[in-house]
Write a protein that binds this ligand. Structure first.
Ligand code: FAD
Ligand code: NAP
Length: 554
């Protein structure tokens, strides 16, 4: 890697050889560019969108907001940044999070490293010259020593392959690819298909506009009220005064959140105490509900107590008992699909202009020019909103033609499910890193904590390689195999694999059913990564820099 001064780091012309190609300019790509710049290496990012922000650039649907509190779902790497930025709400909405991403790009002068509106189509490793060749849909060809995939875990929207899908003559939307122009549903008959986090956020807002909203629900979801509201000034002050301490606590926690998990077990306390704890967390709002007791993810009996509490809440909120029963999840443990956090979701089903259709008993059979047919009945709509999720964790990476040693493709390597060492590297694919890849805590955490940890680890690793004269780094097959086993073993000690979730690849027909993220905990994972680095990057093979060796011999 070139020993360059910071002034050398900058936008690179196409065709140039550079140190690092970054794919993606969401929160991962942005922070990575900042760190790379600090290392003084030459870097260039390609971003398919026209702007920064990733998730928050694409998911502009009504009601989109974070489900981790904004004081925590934000960067910690710059104290100036975290002190100067003010969030207007406890859980900020998409436009504000996108403004924040843009502010970060400008404040740290990162745009000049990014080529927008450009999709990376292929990345091939050439063993002879130890370089990656990256090609884009705009004809760019860039050679780089390192290729870092900051491509996101939820960045490939999934539209189910319904019969007649393209025949509908009205407006069609996917929450994950929402138009930039304002969408006004006023006076319309609208369908929302899907009741995951995206649907649950969009439904209450669309219901306020639409003449009539029909929600097609295949599987009900557990959802906790966010209790969102304007950011209380004293709460913001408390965070800002204690940021260092709070962030440090979050980094070593099970899921990257500051708010503590209760270390008591649900089955060790009596029913009254259990109820008190659940009620307290329900009133506090947000996903910390599932931290009510430590055994909720390991004991089905314990989990049932929390699940039943939420079902009871749904029955209390929703006036029509049949609708309430339909909305109450029963056939998988609470929390084993990502818990949803809502603003008046269940209340929305008390509105006159909202109908819930059980799409499990009445599956959607066909999209028609005027609407759709479900359970043999024809429905007519002006707009259909697909809130049908993503090809998560692997989908975006596998869309790129990635080839490592001997021309082997990542698609072949991952045919039976993703295999990584620490979610950071793949054996056979030297000098390619993934940020929050499968095998890391990734989507099981406050992603900002995981993103910063991965970017820091990778950046420190690049600095180490440079100072120690290494040119190539690669995960060994043994280390990868052992890590994949460990990830599996830990997952199967919990209830997580019992749900047909996107964590398991279960939302995509034909996708291997493997629990993809690492459930061992953000803190434990960080310790493991730090230990690996401290022990000379154990599990990785480092190859000395040829040019340096030649120079030394002369
Ligand atoms: P992304 O933000 O997905 O960015 C990846 C970027 O890479 C995208 O802009 C994409 O266009 C680009 N890209 C991909 N492939 C290519 C290619 N081949 N060529 C060029 N560019 C490419 N996590 C939380 O912790 N808390 C939350 O509250 C939360 N809310 C979420 C809400 C929604 C609606 C969704 C979908 C996800 C949410 N997440 C949340 C997860 C969220 O994805 C992460 O928190 C975080 O934003 C991911 O950042 P990233 O940069 O890693 O990936
Ligand atoms: P999702 O959780 O995968 O939900 C997709 C929904 O579409 C499910 O209800 C699914 O039903 C339904 N669906 C899919 N195919 C269908 C079909 N053929 N017929 C009927 N219904 C169908 O996707 P998502 O809601 O976009 O959320 C994905 C993840 O993004 C979340 O888990 C979360 O991590 C993140 N996210 C976070 C927030 C936030 O609160 N900050 C908001 C949005 C997204 P089945 O369950 O039956 O398959």
């Amino acid at each position: 890697m070139a020993q360059t001064s910071e002034s050398r780091a900058g936008a690179q012309p196409s065709g140039a050889e550079i140190d690092v190609v970054v794919v993606g300019a969401g929160f991962s790509g942005l922070y990575l560019l900042h760190r790379l710049r600090g290392l003084g290496v030459t870097a260039k990012a390609f971003e398919a969108g026209s702007g920064v922000g990733g998730t928050w650039y694409w998911n502009r649907y009504p009601g989109a907001r974070c489900d981790v509190e904004s004081m925590q779902y934000s960067y910690s790497f710059s104290d100036e940044l975290q002190q100067e930025w003010s969030w207007s709400e406890r859980f900020s909405a998409q436009p504000e999070i996108l403004r924040y991403a843009n502010h970060v790009a400008d404040r740290f002068d990162l745009r000049r490293f990014i080529q927008f509106d450009t999709r990376v189509m292929s990345a091939h490793f050439d063993e002879h010259d130890r370089r990656w060749t990256v090609k884009t849909d705009r004809g760019d060809v860039v050679r780089a020593r390192f290729c870092i995939m900051a491509t996101g875990c939820l960045s490939t929207a999934r539209l189910p392959d319904f019969k007649g899908r393209d025949t509908f003559r009205g407006n069609v939307y996917h929450t994950g690819e929402w138009p930039h122009e304002e969408v006004d549903f006023t006076g319309q008959r609208v369908a929302v298909i899907g009741t995951g986090s995206s649907g649950i956020q969009a439904i209450p807002v669309i219901a306020e506009q639409a003449a009539h909203l029909t929600v097609f629900q295949r599987t009900p979801n557990y959802s906790i009220p966010s209790r969102n509201g304007p950011m209380p000034p004293e709460y913001e002050r408390w965070w800002k005064e204690n940021y260092a301490e709070h962030r440090a606590k979050a980094r070593m926690s099970p899921n990257g959140n500051f708010h503590a998990r209760n270390e008591a077990r649900a089955l060790e306390v009596d029913e009254a105490e259990r109820h008190r704890v659940y009620e307290e967390r329900w009133q506090a709002g947000g996903s910390t509900f599932v931290g009510a007791f430590r055994d909720l993810f390991t004991s089905r009996e314990a989990n049932d107590t929390a699940a039943e509490f939420v079902r009871e809440k749904i029955r209390q909120i929703v006036k029509d008992p049949e609708v309430a029963e339909l909305l109450a999840p029963k056939d998988y443990p609470i929390g084993t699909k990502r818990i949803c956090v809502d603003s008046h979701y269940f209340e929305t089903f008390n509105r006159e202009n909202v109908t819930l259709v059980d799409a499990k008993r009445n599956p959607i059979e066909e999209i028609t020019p005027t609407g759709l047919i479900a359970g043999g009945r024809a429905y007519e709509f002006d707009s259909i909103v697909f809130a049908t999720g993503f090809d998560a964790m692997t989908g975006t990476l596998l869309k790129i033609d990635i080839r490592g040693r001997n021309g082997a493709t990542l698609r072949e390597k991952w045919a039976a499910g993703p295999r990584t060492y620490l979610g950071l590297m793949v054996a056979g694919f030297p000098n390619m890193f993934t940020i929050t890849g499968p095998g890391s805590p990734s989507v099981l955490s406050n992603m900002m904590v995981s993103i910063e940890q991965h970017v820091d680890w990778i950046s420190d690793c690049l600095a180490h390689m440079r100072s120690s004269g290494f040119e190539v780094m690669e995960a060994t097959l043994e280390a990868e195999d052992a890590w994949v086993d460990h990830v599996n073993q830990v997952a199967h000690k919990t209830l997580y694999p019992s749900a047909a979730s996107w964590y398991m690849g279960a939302n995509i027909p034909g996708k291997p059913r493997i629990f993809m993220p690492y459930i061992g905990g953000v803190g434990a994972y960080r310790k493991k990564c730090d230990t690996v680095a401290a022990n000379g990057y154990e599990g990785f093979e480092m190859t000395p820099d040829r040019a340096r060796e030649v120079a030394a011999a002369e």
